[in-house]
Design a protein around this ligand. Structure first.
Ligand SMILES: NC(=O)C1=CN([C@@H]2O[C@H](COP(=O)(O)OP(=O)(O)OC[C@H]3O[C@@H](n4cnc5c(N)ncnc54)[C@H](OP(=O)(O)O)[C@@H]3O)[C@@H](O)[C@H]2O)[C@@H](O)CC1
Ligand SMILES: Nc1ncnc2c1ncn2[C@@H]1O[C@H](COP(=O)(O)OP(=O)(O)O)[C@@H](O)[C@H]1O
Length: 493
């Protein structure tokens, strides 16, 4: 499990440790850890030109002390002071170690800075850390274009410009590697910001984990212990039966994809409710499917379901499921069926377009009070997802390269994010497969947040294993699930 802590919790944990240490010791540990990582990269690459960008806060202090430590490791270290102020002790240490200093506190970049950035092998981004607001300082808007394409960009704590809470996408430095100190922060794991982080390296500076994480991510080794594994006394009913209302006359394949995925992920039994075309197809493709309404432990409703054109039988089954006390997963067209909170566990699995449609239907406004836009949903997907979760008292899984599983405010459940799948997984029907996996987990008794996050993990790993490094089709991902679960269950805890 990877855990990330919000900024107030990080500051409190750091303050408690700092109070026990000599002045400046904690920052020195951070700077030494950062310098060791940069020195290792220089020696791996055989390179030696370093530019350190130092902002006005403690993040700039880390960067300048690291510059001082690197002065003996690199042929040239240039520190560029970009903040309205400078950490004076750290600057003095850098200067006395022989670091060349440039200033770029406003306006266009001075020629010396442009030249240094164009020639740099490694650029250390120490402009803003956890004290940063989203976006780069105005005069640094053009900075990313000045950094040599060939340079390795190492961010201190987080890429400058990123929202430390990871809620909002903004102009930022895109790092190849981010070196953080003892504790991961939401920025490192959230969909709006993770892409800018690159490789995350955690350097231990002796700050213990706070009690409550804000964001969590399952690792492969967490699957053992969470995945429902049958015992000798189990039968198909005790393992969980999933009722499935997916597909229709137009989207027949969605039924095959979702039911195949639920079966290969290990559900005890599937009861499918749908019209003739998907039913005929399922009889051929997944002969173990049972047809018609009956007793189930959870419902999967929606993938490939067009509510306007759905059969009477499907709509009746869906409405009865929503009125029941059973867990329900709503995907795609099924999202149109929920208007108010229900008293049982409910997991919604929209992609960004479906999230916009759903939030708009619920009357959730944009940040300016006007109508919600596609741009807002793209820039702040978890903010919108949380508003939906709060309105409907449900769990919202937002699909994407980084999939986020958001629970209602005040529920005490952290946001889960998973980034396990290759970009090849962005293919038609992949969401139907995810629905089948998460549905199987709900039927086995998992709570919606765990079912969503664990399902996303297994979905991503299966996509990779189905054809490592190359294209995959959704049905191949579904067929890979059984072997993927077996592989993950064999990993040592
Ligand atoms: N605490 C500890 O024990 C340890 C801390 N450590 C390190 O300290 C870092 C946190 O340092 P920090 O608190 O000084 O904040 P930091 O991110 O440097 O920002 C400074 C100032 O920038 C400004 N500003 C913000 N956003 C802006 C924007 N978009 N555009 C323009 N300006 C903006 C804003 O000032 P304002 O504008 O409000 O006057 C803000 O106050 C942390 O990430 C880690 O690297 C380590 O040494 C380990 C021990
Ligand atoms: N760039 C990406 N990298 C990895 N996974 C992705 C990427 N884009 C989308 N996905 C995953 O692919 C699936 C697509 O689902 P969805 O958009 O619902 O497709 P469909 O409706 O065709 O089934 C989701 O699980 C999503 O997380």
């Amino acid at each position: 499990m990877i855990r990330a802590y919000d900024v107030p919790a990080v500051r409190a944990a750091e303050d408690a440790v700092r109070a026990q240490l000599p002045d400046g010791e904690l920052m020195q540990r951070a700077a030494d850890g950062l310098a060791a990582v940069v020195a290792a990269r220089l020696s791996e690459e055989g390179t030696d030109q370093v530019v350190v960008l130092a902002g006005g806060g403690d993040n700039g202090g880390d960067a300048l002390y690291a510059a001082a430590a690197l002065a003996s490791e690199a042929a040239e270290v240039v520190a560029v002071l970009v903040g309205p102020r400078t950490h004076e002790e750290a600057l003095a240490a850098a200067e006395s170690a022989g670091v060349a200093v440039e200033e770029w506190r406003a306006g266009a970049a001075p020629d010396g800075v442009v030249a240094a950035l164009a020639e740099a092998d490694v650029v250390v981004d120490g402009i803003l850390g956890i004290g940063g607001r989203p976006g780069l300082p105005e005069h640094l808007a053009g900075l990313p274009d000045l950094i040599s394409e060939a340079a390795l960009v190492v961010a201190v704590d987080l890429p400058s410009g990123c929202d430390p809470a990871g809620e909002v996408r903004s102009d930022a430095i895109y790092a190849d590697e981010t070196v953080t100190f003892s504790l991961a922060k939401p920025v490192h794991l959230m969909p709006a910001t993770e892409e800018a982080v690159g490789l995350l390296t955690v350097v231990d500076i002796g700050v213990p984990d706070p009690e409550t994480p804000a964001v969590q991510r399952f690792s492969h080794t967490d699957v053992t212990g969470l995945w429902p594994v049958p015992a000798p006394g189990d039968d198909k009913y005790s393992r969980g039966v999933l009722g499935v209302v997916t597909g229709g006359e137009h989207y027949t394949g969605a039924a095959v994809l979702s039911v195949t995925a639920a079966m290969t992920a290990g559900v005890g039994m599937v009861r499918y409710v749908g019209p003739e075309a998907p039913t005929d197809l399922l009889r051929q493709a997944v002969p173990e499917t049972v047809f018609g309404v009956g007793r189930v432990q959870a419902w999967l409703i929606g993938s490939g379901l067009d509510v306007e054109a759905a059969s009477e039988e499907q709509l009746r089954a869906a409405r009865e499921a929503l009125a029941s006390e059973l867990p329900v997963l709503l995907d795609a067209g099924g999202l149109d069926l929920l208007d108010a909170p229900r008293p049982a566990p409910t997991l919604l699995t929209p992609h960004l377009g479906e999230l916009l449609r759903l939030a708009t239907r619920l009357g959730i406004p944009g940040p300016d009070g006007g109508e919600l836009s596609q741009e807002t949903v793209q820039q702040a997907p978890t903010v919108v997802a949380r508003q939906v979760a709060d309105r409907l008292h449900c769990t919202v899984l937002v699909k994407g390269a980084v999939t986020a599983v958001v629970s209602p405010s005040g529920s005490g459940v952290p946001t889960f994010t998973q980034a396990d799948g290759p970009s090849w997984l962005a293919t038609a029907g992949a969401g139907d497969v995810l629905g089948g996996i998460c549905g199987a987990l709900l039927a086995a008794g998992q709570d919606p947040a765990t079912a969503g996050a664990l399902g996303a993990l297994v979905h991503g790993v299966a996509a990779d294993r189905a054809n490592p490094g190359g294209p995959v089709r959704a049905l191949d991902v579904a067929h890979e699930l059984g072997r993927t679960v077996a592989h993950l269950l064999r990993l040592p805890a």
